[in-house]
Ligand binder design. Structure first.
Ligand SMILES: [Zn+2]
Length: 370
């Protein structure tokens, strides 16, 4: 386990230092700063560098190194984490380290399991920050995404609190909900739908829900139980949880991890628009695919009640659905190695400057409970 951790850390460090996601990368790298500034001086002024310029370019921006918070979990969360560990052991994933994180927890699933999320970065002025929301385990039988989110959490945690890491959390927020639908995942035989038999990714309150969700489910999907959208939109705790995360943090982009369609799908501002904001969202899509060895981009349709429809289509928040190639528990390391770079590109891509996140009605209302 220790060997595995150090391997991932070395891997991460090496790609960060080698300029991963160089398009839009925000990592602080002193040598890079000098290089960029030097170029600027040479190109614009065509003069040799002088003493004062040299002094200016060597002044590094201040990096914020937050103090790792002391973790005091409630009894409920301790229990939940030990349940998580037993599943991890069963799947041969090692320790989840769940008990080492300062989780946020407000709402529970139908069976009373905590719906948890972890965040990094000060939760102030989220409007002005580059906020990335990553969610896994919306469908409980897609198990590899859940391990993937725990890998994401572990490595972000290492980067944020390591003073030697080039990563800087300043002006950013990262929010990760590793297991949106715990009731399905913790079943003996995990299911796509939640405990009440609802497909959480068909339960968002989209404008077309009333007219189409149940109608299309009965006709196009022949009442497939795996895709039941629920009696009404937003009837499920897991849906409310996701909606409120989006309202609370106003993410600039969302990554939802599923399996096994082996595609990267995008919903949000138009892909081929001239607009620079649309351009930024599309650039990230291409970058993420490139980072993952040219992973297939496919425009999968969105559905009544889906996250892509509610957040991407209706609210204009760039929403990326990463479909891992399988739910094979043995492939977890392979998937982390393949997609970690894409995740870091997404975190570092600042789309907030001028990005017209179309419908800001999804703004956090104060006192909003998750
Ligand atoms: Zn899924």
């Amino acid at each position: 386990m220790k060997r595995q951790t150090s391997f991932i850390f070395i891997l991460l460090t090496s790609f960060l230092l080698s300029g991963c996601g160089s398009d839009g990368v925000q990592f602080f790298n002193p040598s890079k700063t000098v290089d960029i500034e030097t170029k600027k001086v040479t190109k614009e002024n065509k003069i040799a560098q002088t003493g004062p310029v040299q002094e200016k370019i060597l002044k590094a921006p201040e990096k914020i190194i937050p103090v790792k918070p002391e973790v005091k979990l409630s009894e409920k969360l301790v229990k939940y984490c030990s349940l998580m560990d037993s599943k991890f052991e069963m799947y041969g994933w090692g320790k989840s380290n769940c008990e080492q994180y300062d989780w946020h927890h407000v709402r529970n699933s139908y069976l009373g399991r905590p719906l948890i999320w972890k965040s990094w970065g000060e939760e102030t002025d989220v409007e002005k920050k580059n906020v990335t929301l990553i969610m896994c385990g919306v469908h409980g039988d897609e198990i590899t995404p859940i391990k993937f989110c725990f890998d994401v959490i572990r490595s972000i945690d290492q980067m944020v609190y390591d003073p030697n890491s080039p990563f800087d959390i300043k002006n950013k927020m990262i929010v990760v909900a590793p297991l949106v639908a715990p009731d399905s995942f913790f079943k003996k035989l995990p299911t796509r739908t939640n405990h009440k038999g609802v497909d959480v990714n068909r339960n968002f309150p989209t404008k077309d829900w009333d007219a189409d969700a149940l109608r299309l489910w009965k006709t196009r999907y022949r009442s497939d139980k795996r895709r039941y959208p629920g009696k009404r939109p937003l009837s499920e705790q897991e849906t409310v949880f996701q909606v409120n995360l989006i309202k609370r943090y106003s993410p600039d982009k969302i990554i939802s991890v599923h399996a096994p369609l082996t595609i990267l799908d995008y919903d949000g501002p138009a892909k081929h628009g001239e607009d620079k904001h649309e351009h930024a969202a599309n650039q990230l899509l291409i970058q993420m695919s490139k980072d993952a060895s040219g992973y297939r981009i496919k425009n999968y349709p969105f559905f009544p009640g889906s996250l892509g429809n509610w957040a991407g289509n209706e609210r204009g928040i760039p929403t990326y659905t990463l479909e891992l190639p399988s739910s094979d528990n043995r492939k977890h390391r392979e998937y982390w190695n393949l997609f970690s770079k894409a995740i870091y590109s997404a975190i570092n891509r600042d789309m907030s400057n001028g990005l017209n996140v179309a419908d800001k009605e999804g703004k956090p209302a104060s006192g909003n409970k998750l």
